[in-house]
Every structure is written in structure tokens, then in C-alpha cells.
Ligand binder design. Structure first.
Ligand code: NZQ
Ligand code: ZN
Length: 392
């Protein structure tokens, strides 16, 4: 293995645990913000106490605020642009993004474009960030759904309202300055979204593991996180107010997608995410559930192609599932997916009525155009997607 250079930047200050938001009070007061934008989704934050806590906090630190709600899952360029105009009009200098990955992802693009009024095309920015002149205004993330790790990374995955394309953009200056994580805010997340968030994290960990030249320390870090996730997943899904399960899942999901999780690794393998984004772009399905559907097929076909990949799956099966051999690992994976009520075929997604040849072409083109796994060819994407289309 060649010598690899890694620079690690963990910008967020974490406040974790029941009542975490009030622990952040002094930190937030010291920032001397003038006016905040509270950004949220379809309203779940108003049913689980998190929104009320935030208002209480803002009043305590005398910070004026305006609200923008309605960020949808798989956030769309049109909605994000409306929020940017609202933020500019109200001259806000900080965004409190309260919700799941969709809200926090959106806040980073909104923060960046609010600070750069010469940029007005959200999609263009997603494809090319080079015209950004000023750093984003500050983002404070208050996570209410464990999964994406958006609270401590620079990523935003945005969907084009017109073309159904979905793409991830990175805005380093918009990594949240504070990540506020109160596990009790996640008590109200339903089974489907809880399991989807868990599988999203599973995918982040395995896709960073399934590259080449995995650094010893990092492999152990990934395995430790996977073991924790597996230990608490089912309880978090079936017993939603179990604090121990919810808190372990929440912290694992956060730690799964920082620069530590691929520290000193030669390569990673983001093919499952690349393929899933084409599905959630095309049909607006839930991201983590889509990953669960894609993963077993990708692992099987990729292992037929590359023996070292198969060896890693076997090592993973032994270490994480406690089973021996490739077939046993895939079987365990599929059963685990079913045990947390996630889909193993596409007809389990109410949004997908059929997958036509035209759809397959769209998915293949999308995967190749927005490829986070450049070592995967278009032909191989077609092979995997064609196989997935058969699993009804
Ligand atoms: O909109 P509201 O009413 O808030 O309801 C949401 C939404 O319907 C609901 N929810 C969130 N917290 C809740 C709750 N319901 C009850 N109680 C709570 N406490 O859950 C639904 C889904 O929310 P969403 O934010 O869309 O889910 P998630 O956190 O899984 O985010 C998915 C998005 O993140 C992107 C995905 O592609 C997708 O667009 N990703 C972002 C990443 C990043 N920034 O690094 C990496 C990921 O791999 C991922 O691609
Ligand atoms: Zn993901």
C-alpha cells in the first residue's frame, strides 16, 4: 500500500443527550448572532418537543428568528431556492436546521447561497461549487432522525425538481458548527424511517469498508460502529422510546460518516449509494430503504467480478454477523433487512409501479453521470440495475 495523506477536520461541536439543546446555550449565546432562520420539514418537529425546546432556547439567548417549513424528504431545488430567497430577504446570519437529513442537507445549500447572492441556480451550484466566493453562514444542526450524519459533514443531497436527477454537493464551510443530538427527539420516528436511517448508516460503514487498502485502525473503527448498530437496531425499531437503543443508534450514525471513517484508506466504494440515488431521484423513495433493496444484489454481482471484494464480504460476515462463508453472509444480511421491516424487492415500494426498459436506461445513465464510485463502469451499473429490476 502506498503512503496515503489524510487530513482530518471535525468542525462540529457536539451536544449529545437528553436536554442537549440547553447545554448548547452558552456556546450559542457567545456567537452573537443577530437573526436566525429556523428551517424544518413537514411538521414532525412540532409533535416531539424539539421545536418548542428550540423556541425556548432562542428566547433565553434573545435571538430573533423567522421560520421556514416544508422541506420535503429528498429535498427539491425549487423548495431550497424558495428558502434561499426567504433567508436573504430576512437577512438571517445563522440557520437552525431542525429535522432529518433532508432539512440539514438543505440548510447547507441555503446557508451557502444566502452568503453568495450572485448565485441563483441551485442545481448549477450542486454541479459546480467553484463560483462560491463567501463562506456559508453558520449552520446549527438539531437532529431528529438518526441516519445520514448530515449534522457533522459537508454533504447535501438535492433533487432537481424538473429532471428527477439527484446529486450530492459538498460545502465544507457549511459543516454545522454545532450538532445538537437529543435521542428523545427521535422517539417519534416511525418504524420505516427508523430502520431506513439505520440501514443508511449500515451502508455508510460498509461502503467505506469495501474499498481497497483499508487502514487497520479504521477497519476496527468501522467494525466497532457496525457491531453497535447491529446490537441496538432491532430494539430501536420495535421499542421506539428505548433511550439506550435510540442513543446508541444516534451516536453511531453520526460517527459513521466523518473523515475518521475512511482515515488512511486507499479507496472506498460508494456504488450502492450511487445506484440508490438514481432510484430515489426517479421515484422519490426513502433513501435508506432503497439502499437495503440494492445492497444484497450489488454484493453478489460485485463478488462474482472481484475475488478480493468477496473475501472482504466473508471477513465482514464472520466479524459482524458471526457466520462463515459468502452465502451465509448474504443470507444473514437479507434476513436482517427483513427483520427490521425493510424491503428486499421493489414492489414493496408503493411509489414504484413498474420498471420499464426506459426506466432502466434512466437509472443506468443517472448512476454513470453522478458516479460516486468511479471505478464502476456503465456496463456494470447496467448489470446490477437490470438484475434489480427483475426482483419484484
Ligand atoms: O418532514 P418531517 O415532518 O420532519 O418528517 C420527516 C420525513 O417525513 C420524518 N421525521 C424526521 N424526524 C422525525 C420524523 N418523524 C417523526 N419524528 C421525528 N423525530 O422522517 C421523514 C424522512 O426525513 P428525511 O430527513 O428525509 O430522512 P433522512 O434523515 O433519512 O434524510 C434523507 C436524505 O438525506 C440524504 C438522502 O439522500 C436523502 O435525501 N443523505 C444525506 C447525506 C449526507 N448529508 O451526508 C448522506 C446520506 O447517505 C444521504 O444520501
Ligand atoms: Zn446514505
Amino acid at each position: 500500500m502506498e503512503k496515503i495523506m489524510s487530513s482530518v477536520f471535525l468542525k462540529s461541536k457536539y451536544f449529545f443527550g437528553k436536554g442537549a439543546i440547553f447545554e448548547a446555550k452558552d456556546e450559542l449565546a457567545s456567537k452573537k448572532y443577530k437573526k436566525a432562520l429556523i428551517l424544518y420539514g413537514g411538521g414532525s418537529v412540532k409533535t416531539n418537543g424539539s421545536f418548542n425546546d428550540l423556541i425556548t432556547l432562542l428566547k433565553e439567548i434573545n435571538l430573533r428568528y423567522v421560520e421556514f417549513g416544508g422541506i420535503e424528504p429528498n429535498p427539491k431545488t425549487d423548495t431550497v431556492y424558495k428558502a434561499i430567497l426567504f433567508a436573504r430577504e430576512n437577512k438571517v446570519d445563522v440557520i437552525f436546521a431542525i429535522g432529518g437529513g433532508s432539512v440539514i442537507d438543505s440548510s447547507k445549500v441555503i446557508g451557502a447561497l444566502t452568503a453568495n447572492p450572485h448565485l441563483n441556480d441551485v442545481w448549477e451550484y450542486c454541479l459546480d461549487t467553484s463560483k462560491l466566493v463567501n463562506p456559508s453562514i453558520d449552520i446549527i444542526a438539531i437532529t431528529t432522525l438518526a441516519g445520514t450524519a448530515s449534522e457533522n459533514n459537508s454533504g447535501s443531497v438535492i433533487s432537481n425538481s424538473k429532471t428527477n436527477e439527484k446529486y450530492g454537493v459538498f460545502t465544507p464551510s457549511a459543516v454545522p458548527v454545532c450538532a445538537i443530538e437529543d435521542p428523545t427527539y427521535t422517539f417519534t420516528v416511525n418504524k420505516w424511517q427508523t430502520a431506513s436511517g439505520i440501514f443508511d448508516c449500515f451502508s455508510h460503514l460498509t461502503e467505506q469498508y469495501l474499498g481497497t487498502g483499508t487502514f487497520g485502525w479504521t477497519k476496527n473503527y468501522l467494525f466497532a460502529n457496525l457491531k453497535t448498530l447491529l446490537k441496538y437496531a432491532k430494539t430501536a425499531v420495535d421499542d421506539p422510546t428505548n433511550y439506550e437503543a435510540r442513543s446508541n443508534v444516534l451516536w453511531t450514525t453520526t460517527m459513521a460518516l466523518t473523515q475518521l471513517a475512511y482515515f488512511q484508506c486507499e479507496s472506498t466504494d460508494w456504488a450502492v449509494h450511487t445506484i440508490e440515488h438514481s432510484f430515489s431521484g426517479r421515484w422519490d423513495i426513502t433513501h435508506g430503504a432503497g439502499l437495503a433493496f440494492v445492497t444484497p444484489t450489488y454484493w453478489k454481482l460485485r463478488s462474482e467480478k472481484d475475488s478480493w471484494f468477496k473475501d472482504k464480504i466473508v471477513e465482514f460476515g464472520k466479524e459482524i454477523f458471526g457466520v462463515n462463508g459468502f452465502d451465509a453472509t448474504i443470507e444473514y444480511l437479507v434476513n436482517w433487512i427483513k427483520s427490521i421491516y425493510l424491503p428486499t424487492n421493489w414492489s414493496q415500494f408503493s411509489e414504484i409501479k413498474e420498471i420499464t426498459e426506459k426506466d432502466i436506461d434512466f437509472l443506468v445513465e443517472h448512476s454513470f453521470k453522478f458516479n460516486f464510485a468511479p471505478h464502476i463502469s456503465k456496463d456494470f451499473f447496467r448489470k446490477v440495475i437490470t438484475e434489480l429490476a427483475k426482483i419484484k
